[in-house]
Design a binder for this molecule. Structure first.
Ligand code: NAP
Ligand code: F7E
Length: 351
């Protein structure tokens, strides 16, 4: 039996990011009106959602974009009053762990205090809304795996510390004001839309370019770190499920499996018929002052209470990501730009 489309309205911060783009797609398919917060930039930053956008003059356009920033409280108040959403998905953040060591204050201001700005705007307006906070396995940091909802936090970066602030702020608004506010504690989730300087995308992109003879090497840092990598489109389904529950609660989303960065490189290069050891070089600029050695999540609460289960695991994810890079490079409109080698990365961003 077909379900009737919803008449709900959602507000997504971070809609231009990896998760925001998949979530917008998912909610539009369910019939939601989707409003997204975007930052004004001198260049376009909406490439991940351009395929979803329709001219607002056309009848039936259901994706609406609004300029704003997590550091601008009055804008958050005016936007939320105007939109009056049923559900808020707070995904916006400075989300790069290595960069958070270079920009700790900015990271705290956006990734940490941004959450209290948004929650306080909701409280001040008196909105009856369900709120999702994008919490992270980085909050567990140095606490050994497996990690679940009751595992103590020991963050190892300004990013992780900021996410702990956001986590407790969300719980506090739930307890103090009875707001339906939940934390999704998500372990690493990746896709062809992952930012280019996160390790899975960096490796997949390099493997494809090396396979096509465009490059010879890629420079990486710690190959021994263990991560629990899942597939981003499946994780946004879990975010939505948390906001449909009868009671607000916090949930871990993860695959429960463990691979090292080296494993990911081996899987990715093998998929294009290459031996990773011949193409991966070490560069200490990609090390972090304090590393998170091992994150392996236990998603059993989400399976039990929400019916959420991962379907794609790291080896398939590696294939999906490298295949997407190859088709982008080989497609009819492919524009083969020079690979940003270490010199380029030096000047711009610590990937
Ligand atoms: P992402 O691709 O880096 O996207 C981050 C989004 O936040 C972008 O839309 C970005 O806008 C926006 N943003 C950053 N600073 C902002 C500001 N000051 N004001 C308004 N918007 C701002 O991140 P993601 O991988 O989709 O992750 C989504 C959320 O989940 C983040 O909070 C992240 O920390 C968290 N998380 C991610 C993972 C993961 O494995 N992916 C795991 C756990 C938690 P621009 O496009 O303009 O930069
Ligand atoms: O690093 C190692 C690095 O930057 C993974 C964010 O979405 O997930 C993400 O954070 C591992 C680390 O992700 C390079 O040291 C080696 O051990 O891809 P990453 P992350 O730090 O795990 C969490 C859950 C979030 O919440 C964050 O928002 O890979 N590594 N060599 C490298 N990492 C990068 N980026 N670049 C390298 O060259």
């Amino acid at each position: 039996m077909n379900q009737a489309p919803t008449t709900k309205t959602a507000f997504i911060t971070g809609i231009t990011g990896q998760d925001g783009s998949y979530l917008a797609e998912f909610l539009l398919a369910k019939g939601y009106q989707v409003h997204g917060l975007i930052r004004r930039a001198s260049t376009f930053n909406t490439h991940r959602i351009d395929h979803l956008y329709r001219d607002p003059h056309e009848p039936g356009a259901r994706l609406h974009l609004h300029y704003g920033d997590l550091t601008d409280s009055s804008r958050l108040v005016s936007l939320l009053s105007e939109i009056a959403p049923d559900e808020v998905y707070h995904l916006a953040a400075q989300s790069h762990v290595r960069v958070s060591f270079d920009e700790p204050e900015f990271t705290a201001n956006t990734t940490g205090v941004g959450t209290v700005r948004l929650l306080e705007a909701i409280r001040m307006i008196g909105l009856d809304v369900r709120f999702y906070q994008a919490s992270s396995s980085e909050m567990f940091g140095a606490t050994p795996p497996p990690q679940h909802e009751e595992t103590p936090f020991h963050p190892r970066s300004p990013y992780g510390v900021s996410k702990v602030f956001g986590y407790w702020t969300t719980r506090n608004y739930r307890e103090a004001y009875g707001l339906f506010a939940v934390n999704g504690i998500l372990f690493n989730h990746e896709s062809p839309r992952r930012g280019e300087t996160f390790v899975t995308r960096k490796i997949a992109r390099a493997a494809a370019r090396i396979a096509l003879g465009l490059e010879q090497h890629v420079y990486l840092g710690n190959l021994d770190a263990v991560r629990d990598w899942g597939f981003a489109p499946e994780y946004v389904e879990g975010m939505w499920a948390m906001l449909q529950a009868d009671e607000p609660a916090d949930y871990v989303l993860a695959t429960g499996t463990a691979y090292t960065v080296e494993d990911f490189a081996r899987l990715t290069f093998a998929h294009v018929g290459l031996d990773w050891t011949r193409h991966v070089r070490f560069d200490d600029r990609y090390l972090r002052p304090t590393e998170v050695d091992a994150l392996i999540g236990d998603p059993s609460k989400a399976a039990r209470e929400l019916g959420w289960r991962p379907r794609t695991f790291t080896p398939e994810l590696a294939r999906i990501m490298v295949d997407a890079e190859l088709s982008q490079l080989q497609g009819p409109a492919a524009e083969v730009a020079p690979f940003p080698g270490p010199g380029f990365v030096d000047r711009s961003i610590a990937g």
